[in-house]
Design a protein around this ligand. Structure first.
Ligand code: DQA
Length: 146
């Protein structure tokens, strides 16, 4: 069974714990990843994590995924709203992907409502906080099991 999921966090997500808790909660990235690992374990999935504040590094990591991962969970942070480079690299992977946002991007500033990657993803989960990552893993497990 395919079960390797790459969880990718983009720009400024390494600063969780310092960012506005009303949008992003209080967990640090390390604590968030611990929770995601626990959920993955329960679901029988293998997860690996990647975070970068450098768009090119994020793109190159997507390039490297072929043969290394079966699916992707990604929260590109602010790149979500404008990075066609990340969009093109995600498309190149040809892997099933789910877009996750901790905050509800629909109910914030106008510029956050648009995502350049949503149509490449199975679904977008936004505003569910850390639980959104579990939802994403469940969605991908169903997809990979088929
Ligand atoms: C975010 C939402 C983005 O608009 C923002 O730039 C982020 C985090 C989220 O998880 O809610 O950095 O992707």
């Amino acid at each position: 069974m395919r079960n390797r999921v790459e969880v990718m966090h983009g720009v400024n997500l390494d600063q969780l714990g310092r960012r506005d808790p009303s949008h992003y909660g209080e967990l640090t990235l390390e604590e968030l990843e611990r929770g995601i690992s626990g959920a993955a374990h329960e679901l029988g999935l293998e997860v690996r994590f990647f975070q970068s504040n450098h768009e090119g590094k994020f793109v190159e990591h997507l390039h490297r995924l072929k043969g290394m991962a079966d699916a992707i969970v990604l929260n590109p942070g602010a790149w979500t709203h404008y990075s066609y480079a990340i969009r093109d690299a995600l498309e190149l992977t040809r892997l099933p992907a789910v877009e996750v946002h901790l905050s509800d991007i629909e109910s914030r500033e106008q510029w956050r409502r648009h995502s350049v990657i949503t149509d490449l993803c199975l679904t977008r989960i936004s505003g569910r906080g850390p639980d959104g990552y579990r939802d994403a893993l469940e969605c991908l497990r169903t997809e990979m099991g088929e």
